[in-house]
Design a protein around this ligand. Structure first.
Ligand code: FAD
Length: 307
């Protein structure tokens, strides 16, 4: 039995692991896809203290190494639920097995929002990507569309404009919402076209993706764009389905908890982007992880003292 089982290997989960281990507890971190979480999609992080500029993957690698050096155990599995056993033990169920812990810290972050248009499912991961840093090289010298107009979308477009032949940014609003500096870079790039006031209507293709239909919001007029790849960056959403039995959610699906991560279930805590909060950033996720680990250790010590 582990003292603490951390679900999710992003900055919140890894920080929780580091703090728990330093307080003398045993810790298992379970991650379904990608140790490091969302930050691995970020080409550059320039607002995490201690690093003027660092790639998200390098920062993630540093955190994983630090947790490992402190004695964290890691499992690459997807958690599908938590069962509460009679003796206060939490059974964490995964797609391959199950683990028992005295406490659980849920730090599962958020996932990319989908367009929910016809054709999208056929090309996810095969023409439609969420990560220019991971998949941009596949579209070197080719034409791509970036969907979205916020910072993430603009960062993707800037990166792609360096290697792709043409980058078309499609934004539903009549203005871009990302940073002015990024807008200026894109407006000055000769191979970037920005289409404002359009929504995606469908994704086109047979064996391979060939483009997309976009609809002018003001008129309903549909146009077809021919591109080889699509990068979607229209926001993030929680994926807290497996945890609704142990922690309440708000109307958007975020797990309800304060900064201390406490949920309605004793010994179950929530950290990082998956909880109700205003600021979703690496430093805020690390802060949550530290809070939760300290609260979990306190819970373990208190319950042990009370027999
Ligand atoms: C493109 C991009 C750029 C960004 N740039 C910056 C930046 O410059 N500065 C900054 O501060 N922040 C940035 N952010 C935001 C920052 O990355 C997040 O706020 C932070 O990663 C949240 O950490 P987290 O640990 O809460 O969640 P995440 O990083 O989302 O990690 C959660 C982990 O849990 C795993 N998981 C989910 N469900 C399960 C399950 N059922 N079982 C097991 N594992 C599961 C996921 O695979 C994931 O690895 C950026 C985000 C993106 C997408």
């Amino acid at each position: 039995m582990y003292d603490i089982i951390v679900i999710g290997g992003g900055p919140a989960g890894l920080t929780a692991a580091i703090y728990g281990l330093r307080l003398g507890k045993t810790v298992l971190v379970i991650e379904k896809e990608n140790f490091g979480g969302q930050m691995t999609f970020s080409p550059k992080i320039e607002n995490y203290p201690g690093f003027v500029s660092i790639s998200g993957s390098e920062l993630a690698q540093n955190m994983v190494e630090q947790a490992g050096a402190q004695g964290a155990e890691f499992a690459m599995e997807e958690v599908t639920g938590i069962e509460l056993l009679e003796n206060g033990v939490k059974k964490v169920i995964t797609d391959f097995s199950s683990y028992e812990g005295k406490t659980v810290i849920i730090a599962v972050g958020v996932r990319h929002r989908l367009l929910k248009v016809p054709g999208e499912e056929d090309f996810l991961g095969n023409g439609i990507s969420f990560c220019a840093i991971c998949d941009g090289a596949f579209y070197e010298g080719k034409d791509v569309a970036v969907i979205g107009g916020g910072n993430s979308a603009l960062q993707e477009a800037v990166l792609l404009s360096k290697t792709s032949r043409k980058v078309i940014v499609v934004q539903n609003l009549d203005f871009l919402t990302g940073e002015k500096k990024l807008v200026e870079i894109l407006e000055a790039a000769p191979n970037v076209e920005i289409l404002l006031g359009y929504v995606v209507d469908r994704i086109n293709g047979g064996d391979v993706l060939t483009g997309l239909d976009i609809k002018k919001v003001a008129t309903g007029e549909v146009e077809t764009l021919k591109v080889d790849g699509i990068f979607t960056a229209i926001g993030l959403e929680p994926v807290n389905g497996p945890f609704t039995g142990v922690a309440e959610t708000d109307k958007w699906g975020y797990l309800k908890a304060g900064e201390d991560g406490l949920t309605q279930t004793e010994g179950v805590f929530v950290a990082g982007d998956c909880r109700t909060k205003k600021v979703r950033q690496v430093s805020a996720a690390c802060s949550d992880g530290a809070w939760c680990a300290i609260a979990a250790c306190d819970f373990i010590d208190r319950t042990a003292a009370n027999g």
